[in-house]
Write a new protein. Structure first.
Length: 266
């Protein structure tokens, strides 16, 4: 019997005073928005699992509150959800984005600049689908190659798509993290996520969800090496985190690594 195993680490990094990141892994999250949080997860394949990264924005307490609200909404709305209908599952996650958006919009009445990214993966261990707003990312390591499955919703990426910039070297640093989509942005209450197709989860795939605190510090080559060489998901998660810290840890860092295994479940 195959199982899904995952490990999550979230940390404020070396520079920031608090941790505005949050995560969801199964039913586990950084409930108290702790500066350091870690979770291990195991579940039989065939049951639906939700994982997500939420990177708060707004400074002071605003971003921390927004990411905490969003992660709790996803926890509450996926905890007991069970269906074999993929279309129903997709609509349920879309609705959850709308609920999270409205909850953060209400909070913006107190912290006008607060909001959060929301990058969510749903899987039953045979296939997975990504729902996404913001610049947190999803990668898959497959056949010793690294693929980015999400697309950054930033001003920089938008201008690249429009042909205003022709290479990353032309982009002013400030535009790399000016979000064009996020949870808490839409006062009309829609907050429609961008969705991937259903993707087959192949043997030996490793899936990585992370905030920009990881990929801003580490190159794709470094990330691939960790995912390829590390013995298990816990070790891979720690090595990715430590690598980000060693290169400065300038932002909050959240890392989730998932894989399938056929090792016996006790």
């Amino acid at each position: 019997m195959k199982k899904i195993v995952g490990h999550a680490v979230s940390n404020r990094g070396r520079v920031r005073e608090n941790n505005e990141d949050n995560y969801l892994l199964g039913n586990c999250l950084n409930a108290e928005s702790l500066d350091e949080s870690e979770t291990h997860f195991t579940q039989r394949a065939g049951l639906w699992t939700c994982a997500g990264v939420f990177d708060g924005m707004g400074g002071e307490a605003g971003g921390e509150i927004a990411s905490n609200i969003a992660s709790r909404v996803f926890q509450e709305n996926t905890m007991n959800f069970d269906s074999f209908d993929r279309e129903k599952i997709s609509r349920h996650i879309e609705k959850t984005f709308a609920i999270a958006n409205q909850a953060v919009v209400e909070e913006r009445k107190k912290h006008s600049t607060c909001g959060t990214t929301g990058t969510v993966l749903i899987t039953d261990g045979t296939s997975f689908k990504i729902f996404h707003r913001g610049d947190s990312r999803v990668y898959v390591m497959r056949d010793r190659k690294l693929y980015v499955l999400s697309k950054d919703h930033t001003l920089a990426q938008l201008k690249l798509d429009m042909g205003i910039y022709h290479s990353a070297e032309e982009i002013p640093e400030r535009e790399n993290h000016q979000l064009t989509e996020f949870i808490g942005m839409d006062y009309a209450g829609q907050a429609v996520p961008f969705e991937s197709e259903w993707i087959e989860w192949k043997e030996n795939d490793r899936i990585l969800l992370c905030s920009d605190g990881l990929y801003d510090m580490c190159t794709s080559e470094m990330i691939l090496k960790c995912l390829t060489m590390s013995g298990d998901v816990e070790k891979a998660t720690h090595e990715l985190f430590e690598m980000s810290m060693s290169f400065g840890g300038k932002d909050n860092i959240t890392v989730i690594v998932l894989q399938l295994t056929d090792k016996k479940i006790a």
